[in-house]
Design a protein around this ligand. Sequence first.
Ligand SMILES: Nc1ncnc2c1ncn2[C@@H]1O[C@H](COP(=O)(O)OP(=O)(O)OP(=O)(O)O)[C@@H](O)[C@H]1O
Ligand SMILES: [Mg+2]
Length: 164
Amino acid sequence: MSSDLELNLHLPDAGATERCGALLAPSLAGRMVVTLHGDLGVGKTTLVRGLLRARGVTGRVKSPSYGLVEHYPISSLYFYHIDFYRFTDSAEWENAGLAECFRDDSVCLIEWPERVAGLLPAPDLALDLAHSAQGGGRELRARALSAAGERCLNALAAGMQTPR
Ligand SMILES: Nc1ncnc2c1ncn2[C@@H]1O[C@H](COP(=O)(O)OP(=O)(O)OP(=O)(O)O)[C@@H](O)[C@H]1O
Ligand SMILES: [Mg+2]
């Protein structure tokens, strides 16, 4: 895919990170893969929480680190929140049935994708979070890698220009 649309945003607090997730949420459709890069504690799960809440998840959205995958059936779509931080060997990919997460009726939200490089399908949207150099807050670099990803990014850009 030739798309390389990119958006850079300053997120002053955790609420802004959740709002990014919420703005991306409506444009997500089956088969989409979103990767979330960035250091420990930078806000990846926070963004996923905002996204899932915007799709109607009301229960707790916790880090899936220990079980690798949390799944949220939301009407006819399955949202898989996968955290590969503790992923150590590729046999786990088979054993945990991870390939089965990637389907026409599922959206995969993936923390620590670099730990499974080579196994993952190409993402539609790559989100990179980093601590801001000064003060608190985070910097988000969002890249669209497909037409579907581009639709999400456009929605995020439009939403961020509109005051809450
Ligand atoms: N824009 C922001 N500004 C300041 N704090 C933030 C921001 N976004 C998220 N946080 C805070 O960062 C902390 C860690 O967030 P979170 O658990 O989402 O990180 P993570 O990237 O998923 O970490 P891990 O790699 O361990 O899974 C939380 O306390 C959250 O409130
Ligand atoms: Mg996390």
